[in-house]
Design a protein. Structure first.
Length: 99
């Protein structure tokens, strides 16, 4: 009878240990699921970040264009004035040659 009590006690301890192990395994599976969900979320956020960075670069490029144009404007104005002067000179030369 005493031996049965000891065996019963060992069986109870073994059962409790197995239940703890099963609970730990379920916890591991739950943690793995949570980890997978978080990895998917990180991947999604990285994609959104990449898109946002591309949009920011695009906006920066378009905001820089007017400043480049404003730098080119004086040069273009000078070029058009020079073309106008040359056209006037050509017109005078043509007039002199055709007389």
């Amino acid at each position: 009878l005493e031996q049965l009590k000891v065996e019963n006690s060992h069986l109870k301890e073994s059962l409790e240990a197995r239940q703890r192990d099963d609970a730990a395994k379920e916890g591991d599976v739950n943690l793995q699921d949570q980890c997978s969900v978080l990895q998917e979320r990180v991947s999604t956020l990285e994609g959104e970040l990449s898109i946002a960075q591309k949009e920011a670069l695009s906006m920066q490029a378009t905001t820089e264009l007017p400043s480049q144009r404003s730098e080119e404007t004086p040069l273009l104005t000078a070029a058009y004035q020079q073309i106008s002067v040359l056209n006037t000179q050509l017109a005078h030369l043509y007039t002199e040659l055709t007389l």
